[in-house]
Design a protein around this ligand. Structure first.
Ligand code: ATP
Ligand code: MG
Length: 282
């Protein structure tokens, strides 16, 4: 893995170009998009939301997408999860074309979307109940995950009795409980305070490293993207396209100290340059 070359990076803001040096992996594993675009049809006319995208997320990779509000990030994630059909193109997950919601992914949406009538533990257990997996086997795991995100003691509470950030943490447990191979996360930490957010970043990296999961995470935060990712995909404004894909050559495991590394600060600066005309990213 090699850092972005200087010449390429200096031009990155000026051109739509790929600057990752990483070779495309085997298309029978991971996630592969070929010519995937989305135009929403509405009564007021068509809303082009994504221009055709081509990229491949390798198995076991931590892949982060960063882009301004409304550029189509959530749309992209919904299409990969099979909740929304693409207008053009093809998506392969583990070599299989995505045509409907598929089982082996854990999804964390932008809003927690907990079921209001189920307590926190039951909400976390939802994928187990839906898949009719043995409750006895997964209950200890659900409790362990809640403990991990600081929600021990809140198992019997209903969602409205928790803060927004706590609900979002519960939704992360729900996405992990059935131990999916692929995690799709749409701004999972957006509602958290800065300190909890950093803690969750470190935790998520640890989980990903220990389990070898493939993670696609969406964020508004450039520092968060660089801190977490093996590669960062930078999107343009709506209708979103790929502005660049950067390798993050920071060694793992990473602690919060990685944010003081010159490689980190330089890459954050470089990605920021893509957005210097707008203030929608932090
Ligand atoms: N159901 C829909 N019908 C029509 N247009 C939609 C629909 N959902 C999203 N859009 C439009 O598609 C574009 C992309 O939306 P999307 O939610 O994917 O953006 P996003 O990048 O996730 O934004 P944010 O960062 O604010 O969450 C937006 O301009 C939005 O108005
Ligand atoms: Mg979104």
């Amino acid at each position: 893995m090699k850092a972005v070359t200087k010449a390429a990076a200096d031009q990155a803001g000026a051109h739509l170009r790929l600057v990752s040096d990483r070779a495309a992996g085997n298309s029978a594993s991971g996630i592969k998009l070929s010519g995937v675009s989305k135009t929403y049809r509405s009564r007021d006319g068509d809303v082009p939301s994504l221009r055709p995208l081509d990229f491949h997320i390798n198995e076991g990779e931590f892949f982060v997408v960063v882009g301004p509000s409304g550029c189509g990030k959530s749309t992209l994630l919904k299409m990969i999860s099979g909740l929304l059909p693409p207008t053009t193109g093809e998506i392969l997950v583990e070599g299989e074309q995505v045509t409907k919601p598929h089982g082996n992914v854990g999804i964390v949406f932008q809003n927690a979307l907990l079921l209001p009538w189920r307590n926190i533990l039951s909400n976390v257990m939802l994928p187990i109940d839906m898949k009719k997996l043995p409750r006895d086997k997964f209950l200890p795991r659900a409790k362990e995950l809640l403990k991990l995100v600081g929600l021990e003691g809140f198992e019997k509470k209903l969602p409205w009795q928790l803060s927004g950030g706590m609900q979002q943490r519960a939704s992360i447990c729900r996405a992990l409980v059935h131990d999916p191979k692929i995690m799709l996360m749409d701004e999972p930490f957006g509602a958290l305070d800065a300190m909890t957010r950093e803690k969750m970043n470190v935790e998520l990296m640890r989980i990903q490293r220990e389990t070898g999961k493939t993670v696609l995470l969406i964020t508004h935060s450039i520092p968060e993207a660089v801190f977490l990712a093996d590669r960062v995909l930078v999107m343009t404004e709506r209708p979103g396209a790929i502005a660049a894909i950067y390798d993050v050559p920071l060694p793992r495991p990473r602690s919060l100290d990685a944010m003081a590394d010159p490689v980190f600060t330089e890459l954050v600066q470089r990605i920021r340059k893509h957005f210097f005309t707008q203030s929608s990213l932090d």
